[in-house]
Design a protein around this ligand. Structure first.
Ligand SMILES: Cc1cc2nc3c(=O)[nH]c(=O)nc-3n(C[C@H](O)[C@H](O)[C@H](O)COP(=O)(O)O)c2cc1C
Ligand SMILES: *[C@@H]1O[C@H](CO)[C@@H](O)[C@H](O)[C@H]1NC(C)=O
Ligand SMILES: *[C@@H]1O[C@H](CO)[C@@H](O)[C@H](O)[C@H]1NC(C)=O
Ligand SMILES: *[C@@H]1O[C@H](CO)[C@@H](O)[C@H](O)[C@H]1NC(C)=O
Ligand SMILES: *[C@@H]1O[C@H](CO)[C@@H](O)[C@H](O)[C@H]1NC(C)=O
Ligand SMILES: *[C@@H]1O[C@H](CO)[C@@H](O)[C@H](O)[C@H]1NC(C)=O
Ligand SMILES: *[C@@H]1O[C@H](CO)[C@@H](O)[C@H](O)[C@H]1NC(C)=O
Length: 390
């Protein structure tokens, strides 16, 4: 080797090791992800490096500006609920049965009567544009290609109309809405949501008037104003009045107690969405696993009278199976889709297909050929202390 070439190769070797990134994996399950060849700010290769949803989170941490990673990643206060969302699934055991014919698998289902290819969906999350300039368009497109539900946030980067237009022909999407104090805004948005073809409203009711204090994210932000524009006086009367504002089906999102679940049932809602908002509002709120168990114990009729959706910390196909076995009809993914969107639509599509593969292989290994057969006989929750203490 000529001396100059030798020098160059030594130099580039030094440069590579200087750039080689060490990333704090945040205690996520260690599946051998090797980031030593990654360069900070550069997208890792989607098909060679990325094998599960946790990999996508680490890739997003490598690529996004720290303030944007923090804004997606943050929970409220101590993040006890954020961590509990991730960890609760390790306390549930799955019962797998042998001597079953699983040569023909079905995971397709209906959500509010609409057909979808999978019982999991992309949950509403604000500001997808911080990950990629395609923003919510890539989420709509990937969901449409895969035949799954997407419900964009009312705090999206793109407008209601632009997101609708990014869908595939005939694609069914729902839309999230907040309980704005400004009624003109509510009426206007609900009208636009319906006119744009969205089929139902996820009405988020868990951050009344105020947001959780998200320390991890606030560190990057001069604006510490937690006023959200949401009505702080949103009571049952307001809920009744809200129902008069649209003919679309309304699904209250952010249900955290069996009492509220039962109230929604008594009021005749077609569905509820059990969620602690990814641990971003009330720190200390229970996980969806605990809330579903609590509804089962105290108001099991809820599951017979309405559909129940749930989310929080779902990162593996097995997590979704647990929520479905406890009575959820469909399961939402929040952060994973936002992180996957650093690659735009191909990232979100890979996220969906990796997750779908984990989901159906685990079902098949459990001896469940049809997702609708899942029930509590498939889960062992002995390690979870019942939420009701008395
Ligand atoms: C960055 C981010 C923004 C969110 N924005 C909204 C929102 O605008 N409306 C809403 O109802 N929920 C919002 N959520 C909550 C999600 O809908 C969902 O409940 C939560 O992310 C599920 O937990 P997971 O992220 O662990 O999957 C947001 C969550 C994240 C992470
Ligand atoms: C990670 O990959 C680098 C090369 O890219 C290699 O040198 C290193 O041994 C790998 N580390 C582990 C733990 O496999
Ligand atoms: C939904 O799926 C069912 C069963 O596969 C089918 O009979 C029905 O036509 C589908 N509905 C729509 C609107 O595609
Ligand atoms: C209420 O919402 C409407 C429609 O979005 C807007 O034009 C108006 O400025 C808002 N009013 C207040 C007081 O913010
Ligand atoms: C809803 O609309 C109906 C019919 O227009 C009306 O009778 C009722 O009082 C309204 N309810 C509320 C809470 O506004
Ligand atoms: C955004 O996604 C597109 C694909 O849709 C991709 O080509 C591009 O690299 C991504 N943008 C950034 C800034 O990473
Ligand atoms: C759950 O499903 C199994 C298999 O389909 C059935 O035998 C069992 O009775 C069901 N158990 C409950 C608790 O519903």
């Amino acid at each position: 080797m000529r001396p100059t070439l030798f020098l160059l190769s030594v130099l580039s070797g030094c440069l590579r090791s200087a750039l080689a990134v060490w990333i704090d994996m945040e205690g996520l399950p260690d599946t051998g992800l090797n980031t030593s060849s990654w360069v900070t700010g550069v997208l890792p290769d989607l098909t060679t490096d990325i094998w599960d949803l946790n990999d996508m989170q680490i890739a997003a941490k490598n690529v996004l500006a720290p303030k944007y990673y923090a804004s997606y990643r943050t929970g409220a206060l101590n993040e006890f609920t954020y961590q509990a969302n991730l960890n609760i699934y390790s306390k549930v055991r799955l019962n797998g049965f042998s001597f079953r014919d699983v040569s023909n698998m079905n995971v397709a289902t209906t959500i509010l009567g609409y057909n979808f290819s999978q019982p999991f969906f992309i949950a509403p999350a604000a500001d997808a544009g911080h990950a990629n300039k395609s923003a919510e368009a890539s989420l709509a497109e990937a969901a449409g290609k895969a035949g799954i539900l997407y419900a964009p946030s009312i705090s999206s980067t793109l407008s209601i109309e632009k997101i609708a237009a990014a869908g595939q022909p005939g694609q069914v999407m729902f839309h999230q809405e907040y309980i704005w104090a400004n009624k003109t805004r509510l009426v206007d948005e609900l009208h636009r949501i319906k006119a744009s073809g969205f089929k139902a409203i996820f009405l988020t009711v868990d951050n009344t008037g105020i947001n959780g204090i998200r320390t991890r994210s606030m560190r990057f932000n001069d604006d510490t104003d937690t006023d959200t524009g949401h009505a702080a006086n949103f009571d049952l009367q307001s809920l009744a009045a809200f129902r008069n504002l649209t003919t679309l089906p309304i699904v209250p999102k952010g249900i955290k107690t069996w009492q509220d679940a039962r109230t929604c049932m008594e009021l005749g809602f077609p569905a509820i969405y059990v969620s602690n908002h990814g641990g971003r509002v009330l720190d200390g709120a229970p996980t969806s696993v605990e809330v579903l168990m609590d509804i089962r114990q105290n108001a099991p009729e809820v599951f017979d009278n309405m559909e129940v959706y749930a989310d929080g910390g779902v990162r593996r196909g097995t997590d979704a199976i647990i929520l479905l076995a406890l009575g959820a009809r469909a399961v939402g993914l929040g952060r994973p889709a936002m992180f996957a969107n650093i690659w735009g639509e191909p990232g979100v599509s890979r996220m969906i297909s990796l997750f779908a593969q984990e989901f159906y292989t685990s079902l098949q290994l459990m001896g469940v050929s049809d997702v609708h057969a899942l029930n509590t006989s498939y889960v062992n929750t002995n390690q979870i202390v019942p939420l009701t203490l008395s």
